[in-house]
Design a protein around this ligand. Structure first.
Ligand code: GAR
Length: 225
């Protein structure tokens, strides 16, 4: 009899790995029907690696400083990922810009979470920049990765209010709460075969998305009080 294994996932991290933890927890309690086959970090000794090991997931460091150029690092990363034959590669706080060769290799199978409501605030220091700009709403976006930095088609966003006394830290913490709800949801859609990228367009349940989906729910409402 043919076995149907769970869709394989490889998670790339650079730091604390709270989004990785949200995915580990969601797999453990059945909200994500996938198998995290490996976690790879470009930074040695980060907390995210401990989270993977505690969950019994193979954890590996590929230090970008060991490579003389971006392309060499990306080739090594691709080889390490492909050993696990994943259906999905998840960037979860992975802070390296990837080469077009890498991005094209995983076209339609590579997603990222970015801490802003894209297309606003691409790049770094998004919470500081949101406060400086005086926006009333901020949030996170999960998108398929293409060759444009933080420019791939957005799947799902979660919004939070910006409060009058917010600092970059308090705002980041509010956004991260939503990241931890939103990312498992998107990974589950992908694992269920409901989410695809076709000719640069996001499809969910056989419908092309006309605009990014918006996560709603109690935690968002709770934050407005
Ligand atoms: C997350 O807030 C994520 O949105 C951000 O890094 C943080 C990683 O936290 N990603 C980026 O800025 C990507 N450009 P975590 O390691 O605790 O998941």
């Amino acid at each position: 009899m043919r076995q149907s294994p769970l869709p394989g996932i490889v998670v790339l991290i650079s730091g604390s790995g709270t989004n990785l933890q949200a995915l580990i927890d969601a797999v453990a309690d059945g909200r994500v029907h996938g198998e995290i086959r490996a976690v790879i970090s470009n930074q040695p000794e980060v907390t995210g690696l401990d989270r993977a090991r505690r969950a019994g997931i193979p954890a590996q460091v590929i230090n970008h400083r060991d490579f003389s150029d971006r392309s060499g690092f990306d080739q090594a990363l691709m080889a390490a990922i492909d050993r696990h034959q994943p259906e999905l590669v998840v960037l979860a706080g992975f802070m390296r810009v990837l080469t077009p060769a890498f991005v094209e290799h995983y076209d339609g199978h590579l997603i990222n979470i970015h801490p802003s409501l894209l297309p606003d605030f691409r790049g770094l220091h998004t919470h500081e920049r949101a406060l400086e700009a005086g926006v009333q709403q901020h949030g996170c976006s999960i998108h398929f990765v293409n060759t444009e930095l933080d420019g791939g088609p957005v799947i799902l966003q979660a919004r939070v209010p910006v409060l009058i006394d917010d600092t970059p830290q308090t705002l980041a913490a509010r956004v991260q709460q939503q990241e931890h709800r939103a990312y498992p949801q998107v990974v589950q859609w992908f694992c269920q075969g409901r989410l695809t990228l076709r000719n640069g367009q996001v499809w969910l349940d056989e419908q092309p998305l006309q605009a990014p989906l918006q996560l709603s729910g109690p935690a968002v409402l709770a934050d407005t009080h």
